[in-house]
Design a protein around this ligand. Structure first.
Ligand code: CP3
Length: 356
């Protein structure tokens, strides 16, 4: 397939090997940017920011204007879906998200899926506005949380240390937990389809807490729901690229790619480059996986790690990214340095044994 007229990120996701890798960063918008803090200061709370298209589009574009990433990821949050389903959600400074926990089947019945997409209309409007202003080489990216990760927040009522409530429900009463997951699969499909119709050119499913489940549960609550979302999106939008990010999936990464049929696979920083190139890259475009702490450290440590990643992963389809999101303490100058490093011609490949 000829893909050379496409945006670099879309070419890489279609399986092309590019000499300078396309790049973007998870959580590339946010508090580490002074211009974001200014926009954030114009509204009372974070949800209001996500539901104000002019401001959300501005927050989406800020990192892209400053650093020239190859993707403009929609400024929103994975918890906007539970919010739109009618769960009470708030974001408290320094505390993270707080939700009124869904603890049983009864609470589930109070959620209203029919209203959800219309409540998210401002998010779709943000995508339309971003699409109007992005440059010709920048891909507009939509996203959602994967059902398992969204369920952890919905059931735990926020971030969790051990996931006791959500796992207990899933183990003890899988039939009613399946009803919650079913609701999330179906509303995530509708939400992502609406994002695609609004102009998203690629979508990513964030499964931040995929790595806390053992094998049988991983299959049922991570792979199966993700597979259903990917199948349905590709049925409605043939060939549309989907990236999966099952963070900390370790031994399950290979099976996740094979069974969900994602086009791109987000790797956390613990995935070894040799394993990624030998086992995962033949199956999907790999994306990742610089340790976000290196973006705080900067200097030679950053330059060496970026060179090494490019040397190892750029010989096949590759999208440069972090292994997790940009941290709030990241100096913007270090991202500017990263942008320069990634624009340089490819580093020489390491000599093979017996050569040189
Ligand atoms: O990547 C981007 O720049 C796009 C926007 C985006 C946000 N959250 C904005 C945000 C995206 C893609 C997310 C995804 C998200 N949200 C995930 C998956 C990725 C990951 O980091 O694991 C998760 C687990 C969430 C849930 C969430 N939202 C948490 C735990 C928090 C609190 C922690 C924090 O960083 O504050 C949020 C809030 C949030 N989401 C902020 C931003 C910019 C900060 C809120 C503020 O500015 O007041």
């Amino acid at each position: 397939m000829r893909t050379d007229w496409k945006k670099p990120l879309l070419r890489a996701l279609a399986g092309e090997t590019l000499s300078t890798p396309p790049w973007w960063l998870m959580r590339q918008a946010g508090r580490y940017l002074p211009e974001y803090r200014e926009v954030r200061g114009k509204v009372r709370d974070f949800i209001e920011l996500c539901l104000t298209p002019a401001l959300a589009a501005e927050a989406t574009m800020q990192p892209v204007r400053r650093f020239g990433m190859d993707a403009a990821i929609l400024f929103s949050d994975i918890l906007m879906l539970p919010y739109a389903l009618g769960q009470r959600v708030s974001f408290r400074e320094g505390e993270g998200p707080v939700l009124e926990p869904i603890e049983d089947h009864k609470a589930l019945l109070r959620l209203d899926r029919d209203r959800a997409i219309s409540l998210l209309e401002p998010v779709l409007e943000t995508i339309r506005r971003v699409k109007e202003v992005v440059g010709p080489c920048t891909a507009v990216m939509g996203f959602a949380g994967a059902p398992w990760t969204v369920a952890t927040y919905m059931v735990e009522g926020g971030s969790s240390r051990d996931f006791q409530r959500v796992k207990s429900w899933a183990y003890h009463d899988p039939a009613t937990f399946a009803a919650l997951m079913e609701l999330l699969v179906e509303s995530t499909v509708e939400y992502l389809a609406a994002q695609i119709e609004a102009g998203a050119e690629v979508v990513q499913l964030f499964d931040t807490w995929a790595g806390v489940l053992p094998e049988t549960a991983f299959q049922r609550w991570v792979i199966e729901p993700t597979r259903r979302i990917v199948v349905e999106l590709k049925r409605r939008f043939p060939g549309f690229p989907v990236i999966g990010f099952p963070r900390s999936a370790a031994f399950f990464y290979e099976r996740y790619i094979k069974e969900t049929a994602v086009d791109g696979i987000g790797l956390d920083s613990a995935v070894p480059a040799g394993y990624a190139t030998a086992v995962l890259q033949p199956l999907a475009t790999v994306q990742g996986n610089l340790d976000p702490i290196l973006l705080i450290v900067g200097g030679a440590a950053l330059a060496n790690a970026v060179m090494q990643l490019r040397q190892q992963l750029s010989r096949g389809p590759y999208v440069f990214n972090l292994g997790h999101g940009v941290l709030p303490g990241t100096p913007p100058e270090n991202i500017a340095m990263l942008a320069r490093l990634l624009a340089e011609p490819p580093p020489l490949p390491p000599p093979r044994a017996g050569e040189g």
